[in-house]
Design a binder for this molecule. Structure first.
Ligand code: PAF
Length: 282
């Protein structure tokens, strides 16, 4: 696998591949790669001639400086994992390379980007759109792969792709879970073993709540999940929203949509670490 750090080198590699008629898959990441990322790369390798993985800890999507400082940085291990799963090209630029000048563009796709993560992390999706639009413009992939763990992020990126007219396909990939059910996340490495075990309660509560649909109202299922997780010492729900899976608007009844998803963010442990997950009800 080749590793490039400049846009010029990235473009040269891509031009060579394109001249041979190769299709290109892009997997954007912030590094600290795990089995979830590996599954995205494997899918891209299976569906494209050339897979580019970007590794860039994007400062503009962090509204909390401490969160950015705490974020794990593991470039060497990331490249070893990418070799193993067959990626052909890693793009690991510096902040100065990606943002030679401050990015003053602003993206706004309400309600998709203003609810849930958008409400609790002001500016987060603006930063995501800034970096993902740059990567799409630089790589011009045929397909771009994103994990469904970040369910809202995919919905926002789809709006941006429609808005800016990028000619690519967004490929959402299923959440990869630890044996306990905990969704794989780069942030899991910041949890102690005990906190990791505690965090497994998040998915267990979500999964069990599916059995209540039909016999319980949306509000009752909402309260069941929140109360059950908050009853676990070391966990605190920041929000739980049961929404239409396309618009991300809250639903009040199960009849309101044929696509209903519960999205949750929970603080775990003493630091604390912010964990997100979701469950499909319909
Ligand atoms: O999901 C992520 O890791 C990031 O938000 C992304 C898409 C790589 C943009 O920085």
């Amino acid at each position: 696998m080749k590793v490039v750090t400049t846009i010029a080198d990235l473009r040269a590699e891509l031009a060579a591949a394109r001249s041979e008629g190769k299709t290109v898959g892009l997997v954007p990441t912030m590094g600290a790669l795990h089995a979830g990322h590996a599954s995205l790369v494997e899918r891209s390798v299976a569906e494209n001639d050339l897979t580019v993985v970007s590794i860039f800890l994007n400062p503009t999507q962090f509204n909390d400086q401490t969160d950015l400082e705490k974020y794990p940085r593991t470039l060497e291990a990331d490249c070893a994992l990418l070799e193993q799963v067959g990626a052909q090209l890693a793009f690991a630029p510096s902040v100065a390379e990606m943002y030679p000048k401050p990015d003053t563009r602003s993206f706004s796709y309400p309600p998709t980007d203003s609810v849930m993560e958008g409400a609790f992390r002001p500016g987060h999706f603006n930063g995501v759109c800034q970096i993902v639009s740059k990567l799409f413009a630089m790589v011009e992939p045929d397909r771009a792969y994103f994990g469904e763990k970040d369910f809202q992020q995919i919905a926002v990126i789809r709006r941006m792709v429609d808005d800016l007219g990028f000619g690519l396909t967004i490929v959402p990939c299923p959440v990869i879970r630890e044996e306990s059910g905990l969704a794989r996340s780069s942030r899991n490495t910041l949890l102690t073993d005990a906190e990791r075990a505690t965090a497994a309660n998040i998915y267990q509560a979500l999964a069990d709540s599916r059995a209540l649909v039909g016999s319980h109202s949306v509000a009752e299922v909402h309260d069941y999940v929140v109360n059950r997780i908050n009853a676990v010492p070391g966990l605190e729900v920041q929000y739980y929203s049961i929404v239409d899976g396309r618009t991300l608007a809250d639903v009040a009844t199960w009849q309101e949509s044929d696509d209903i998803v519960g999205c949750i963010t929970v603080y775990c442990g003493s630091q604390p670490i912010r964990l997100i997950d979701h469950i499909r009800y319909k």
